[in-house]
Design a protein around this ligand. Sequence first.
Ligand SMILES: C[S@@+](CC[C@H](N)C(=O)[O-])C[C@H]1O[C@@H](n2cnc3c(N)ncnc32)[C@H](O)[C@@H]1O
Length: 274
Amino acid sequence: MGTEQNLEAAMDRPAWAPPEVDLERPSTARIYDYMLGGLHNFAIDRQMAEQVLAVGPQIRLTAHANRGFLRRAVEFLAAAGIRQFLDLGSGIPTVGNVHEAAHRVAPDAKVVYVDVDPVAVAHSLAIVEGDERVTVVQADIRDTDAILSDPRVTGALDFTQPVAVLIVAVLHFVPDADDPARIVARLRDAIVPGSYLGISQVATFPFELTAEQRAVADRYTKANAVALRSREQIGAFFDGLELVEPGLVDPAEWRADGDVTDMFPSYAGVARKP
Ligand SMILES: C[S@@+](CC[C@H](N)C(=O)[O-])C[C@H]1O[C@@H](n2cnc3c(N)ncnc32)[C@H](O)[C@@H]1O
């Protein structure tokens, strides 16, 4: 990185940025925050986001549609009696967070947020400070056993009772080499019957990209290790579980309560452990 960019990065560092944050590397959490209209992102994130949006401007709608799916899924789960939520890859808090949606329906619900990104963790901690119903943990979803045995997680959630595990817009950041199916299977095994799993993930392009689009997509997918998956591959994450209506669909269409937006290919579902 040149001196000019270093200077820009230094000037861009606000007081709230945790010291371990590398301002020279784009972060998926902060790119997503930017796409949702949030303020917790840096020049390098905005630059990457704008390059991606230039290839697929619908990605902004996808981010909003995904966030809508997350809210409706939590409302559905709370209405179905779920009182414990494990939100993995929870992101930077923005409008309509999991604990807010859950507490609207069930004020006693427990929520554990887990994210690998220090900015997401710092902001989650700040907004839930003093709320004993919400726990925030910095961890990598790939360290599934460590998360499931973390005393903060086991102290907040009773795994002998139903838990909703949410992995929303996260698994495309887990490459095949890290065996996402094994991660999801480990989580499925950890929850009792009557628990739920909610997943959304970006899918493979249903159209041919131009050389220019491919170059930007490759750059983004390399920088963020994005793994696009087919509908079948995403559906396989729910093996052994029963998808609730309407099954595996576009996040915008999952129990939609407003206008369904045109969007980038993506699939979402919520399934119950029988
Ligand atoms: C696109 S955001 C989704 C945020 C939220 N789940 C939502 O749907 O609004 C993806 C989040 O996953 C987090 N993430 C990516 N890889 C992760 C990993 N290996 N372990 C934990 N979190 C991860 C990122 O830091 C980011 O906050």
